[in-house]
Design a protein around this ligand. Structure first.
Ligand code: HEM
Length: 293
């Protein structure tokens, strides 16, 4: 079967790098072109790694259902040095158990309560904006989503000591990760280069802060109803066990990373595209007025 897939039509690659350059120069354009040109399953090569682009929802479902053979890409594996065995980076049975434990965090009622924080923080940000000024919208969105994540996760504001330490560590780690991505994750993170040392120091600073928040919660018994307390209270349906401190740390770091930069990027692109397409902007404004007033 694997043999057959790689005989399907796909984009021609260069000798050593395969299709890596096409993908890194224009990821969305290249993948969209492949799906349109070659069909539901497109074989390609990223460096020396044979890879497959699967775009049909039924086929994607089939892959995702096969818990044992759905393994994470090299990028996600590299992310394990930062996120450990959190939901984004774990696989198989370990992912399944954690997923069940974390499920309450995604309950609809809780999502609605995060929405209140989102609206409040956005309104607060907007009061600092002046008509006619030029702003770095991506910096604004990064700060806004980080503020929201910190509030929902730890019930803390970004300018409070702990939150700032975590945000800084995450920033260093993400810059490191981006430079590794450009090298296709082929450079070892334990090699004593200055950037690798900075990365490891950032992780240890983040760990110290997260562990101290967990410890403080355990000793005080305080329950501010945030995501961290939900995670600390979660129990496995079968054996009644909860998460270890290490698992808590991994899930907290995962939620912080997964919920912050992704959302900021999506918002920044949204504003840019809306600015370039005034008719879509007008439609959105009408809908906001009619539906949400
Ligand atoms: C526009 C914003 C977002 C985008 C584009 C995005 C994208 C993704 C993608 C592509 C995955 C699948 C990764 C994989 O396994 O291959 C994923 C997983 C995940 N995302 Fe997001 N995400 C966004 C927002 C968020 C937010 C706000 C949160 C939580 C605060 C979040 C938490 C997670 C978690 C926990 C997973 C792992 C789920 C699991 O495997 O069980 N994401 N996200």
């Amino acid at each position: 079967m694997v043999q057959d897939i790689f005989e399907l039509p796909g984009p021609e690659g260069k000798a050593l790098v395969g299709n890596l350059l096409d993908l890194s120069q224009d990821p969305l354009g290249f993948l969209t072109h492949c799906a349109r040109e070659y069909g539901d399953i497109v074989p390609m090569r990223l460096g020396l790694t044979p890879t497959c682009l699967v775009t049909h929802p039924d086929l994607i479902e089939e892959i995702l259902k096969d818990r044992d053979s759905f393994i994470k890409s090299r990028g996600f594996q590299a992310l394990r040095t930062l996120l450990g065995e959190g939901l984004l980076t774990s696989e198989g049975e370990s992912w399944f158990r954690q997923r069940r434990l974390v499920q309450p965090v995604f309950h609809q009622k809780l999502i609605a309560s995060y929405a209140t924080v989102m609206v409040e923080y956005t309104e607060r940000m907007l009061t600092t904006w002046q008509d006619g000024e030029t702003r770095n919208i991506h910096a604004d969105m990064m700060r806004l989503t980080l503020n929201i994540v910190m509030k929902c996760l730890f019930n803390q504001n970004i300018d409070e000591g702990n939150a700032q330490a975590i945000a800084h560590a995450l920033d260093v780690a993400m810059n490191w990760f981006e430079s590794k991505r450009q090298q296709n994750f082929l450079i070892w993170e334990w090699f004593p280069r200055p950037e690798n040392i900075r990365y490891r120091n950032a992780i240890s600073q983040m760990d110290t802060t997260i562990y101290s928040i967990i410890e403080q919660r355990r000793t005080s018994g305080e329950d501010p109803g945030d995501l961290l307390s939900m995670l600390m209270q979660a129990r496995d349906e079968d054996d009644g066990t909860g998460m270890s401190d290490r698992q808590l740390r991994d899930e907290v770091a995962t939620l912080m990373l997964a919920g912050h930069e992704t959302t900021a990027n999506a918002l920044t692109w949204t504003w840019m595209l809306l600015a370039q397409h005034p008719q879509v902007l007008a439609k959105l404004q009408t809908e906001l007025q009619e539906v949400l007033d």
